[in-house]
Write a protein that binds this ligand. Structure first.
Ligand SMILES: CC(C)[C@H](C(=O)O)[C@@H](O)C(=O)O
Ligand code: SF4
Length: 472
């Protein structure tokens, strides 16, 4: 019987099958951990006298509470005692249990969902978990990857397994070619606007079609990252040549010298959904219909084309969202004054994203009074971006170039907006207060965010006039 990508990977990991009363026991290939959701899990382990079952399949970093500035004396300005303690605890716990950790001295420290792929720890056909909802990002490689809670983090540390019921499958097909100025972020925002924030609940998504096949790995990660914002715990893309070329030579990937890599690629290629395999649901969008997108409300489903009018509210919750955002139905969001721009997060802090933002900022200036910060996803990205001179483009424009981390995506490290301020942000959640109490978030692509920084208002990136003297 023809099978889907999800089914193939799922079946490879069943330890005990699902029975009516019991979920399946699933083996986990990779457990990523960070400082926010692991301390309690380690405490429980300690209390029960348990060991980490597979330290070699566990990989840690520090990202959420880490400052993005460094003091002159080299110390880190933690926002609170608690933030600094959380980080210290992660480092202590992983040292005690022999877990590879990308801390301050690692050239790979960064947002957990940036670090895993970068090291090649994320591979096709794997099951990957992390105490973090955006673990869906790793599905871009053809892995079943999903977020778990702190209690489950403890279970996986102790057993390397998880109890789970099999979700249904949903294909999201986007065929055709994207228009000029339309990016991966716009595609995923358009999908969420279409199916809604609950549209994927109970499903594993598979993104299929011309548009995803043409995307780079950075772009595919942007798409899969936001699967959770449509309610799906995981979203996947079939591994192909683009995936294999990205992985070749990375630290955890089978060696290219002895035939192991080619053998792995052969196996990975076999994971793609078979012709004729059936999904429980199929959603189709046309690439030509997708325009640069922005959010206007307080969840990612409140998204619309940047040149459209804010839709009428469907219910009281929508009314509240528009009130919070200080916008009106039937009016344009384009033209609203912007106070801050945040370019970063596990959605959009990779090289493709930084290049897109830099190409807008190059030769232009961030408008007076607007604060723009650019936060690379990892130390490696910071290094690569600096080697390309992107940091010079940002700083010459008047934007701040920071140390890697989650930063203003969640404002846990103190990077935040003031009450009432409007932030155009490349992150994935525009919940009320997410970027600081009272702060208003508009989600957008790196190109749209950078355009807001240089124009001072929400602006369609396609409308930016070429610089004088620049080649057409
Ligand atoms: C802190 C963490 C548990 C949380 C998540 O699960 O996603 C965070 O990363 C977020 O983006 O809201
Ligand atoms: S960058 Fe944002 S979304 Fe991603 S893990 Fe950090 S806080 Fe969560």
């Amino acid at each position: 019987m023809p099978k889907t990508l999800f089914d193939k990977v799922w079946e490879r990991h069943i330890v005990t099958s699902e029975a009516s009363a019991n979920p399946a026991t699933l083996y986990i290939d990779l457990h990523l951990i960070h400082e926010v959701t692991s301390p309690q899990a380690f405490t429980v382990l300690r209390e029960r006298g348990l060991k980490v079952r597979r330290p070699d399949r566990t990989l840690a970093t520090i990202d959420h509470s880490t400052p993005t500035l460094i003091n002159e004396d080299g110390s880190r300005p933690f926002v609170t005692e608690q933030a600094s303690k959380q980080v210290a605890m992660l480092l202590d716990n992983t040292a005690e249990h022999g877990i590879e950790t990308h801390g301050w001295d690692s050239g790979h420290r960064g947002i957990v969902h940036v670090m895993g792929p970068e090291l090649g720890a994320t591979q096709p056909g794997m099951t990957i978990v992390c105490g973090d909802s955006h673990t869906s990002t790793h599905g871009a490689f053809g892995a079943i990857a999903f977020g778990i809670g702190t209690t489950q983090v403890g279970h996986v540390l102790a057993t390397q397994c998880i109890l789970m019921r099999k979700p249904k499958t949903m294909a999201i097909e986007v065929n055709g070619a994207l228009g000029e100025g339309v990016t991966a972020k716009d595609v995923i925002l358009a999908i969420i606007a279409e199916i809604g924030v609950g549209g994927g609940t109970g499903y594993a998504l598979e993104y299929r079609g011309d548009v995803f096949e043409a995307m780079s790995m950075d772009e595919r990660m942007t798409v899969c990252n936001m699967s959770i914002e449509a309610g799906a715990r995981c979203g996947m893309i079939a591994p192909d040549k683009t995936t294999f070329e990205y992985l070749r030579g990375r630290k955890f990937v089978p060696s290219d010298d002895n035939g192991d890599f080619d053998a792995a690629c052969k196996d990975w290629a076999s994971l793609a959904t078979d012709a004729g395999a059936e999904f429980d649901k199929v959603v189709t969008l046309r690439a030509e219909d997708i325009r640069p997108m922005v959010t206007y409300g307080t969840h990612p489903g409140h998204a619309m084309p940047i040149d459209a009018l804010i839709p009428q509210s469907a219910d009281e919750a929508d009314d509240k969202a528009l009130d919070y955002m200080q916008v009106k139905a039937g009016t344009k969001i384009a033209g609203h004054k912007v106070d801050r721009v945040f370019i970063g997060s596990c959605t959009n802090s990779r090289m493709d994203d930084l290049r897109a933002a830099a190409s807008v900022m190059k030769g232009r200036k961030v408008v007076d009074g607007l604060i723009a910060i650019v936060v690379p996803g990892s130390e490696q990205i910071k290094k690569d971006a600096e080697a390309e001179g992107l940091h010079d483009v940002f700083t010459a424009a008047g934007a701040e170039w920071r140390e890697p981390g989650c930063s203003m995506c969640i404002a846990m490290n103190g990077d935040k907006a003031a009450p009432g301020e409007l932030v155009v942000s490349t992150s994935n959640r525009n919940f009320a207060g997410r970027q600081g109490p009272g702060a208003r978030t508009v989600l957008a692509s790196p190109a749209t965010a950078a355009t807001a920084a240089v124009t001072g208002v929400i602006t369609d990136p396609r409308s930016l006039k070429p610089l004088e003297g620049a080649a057409a």
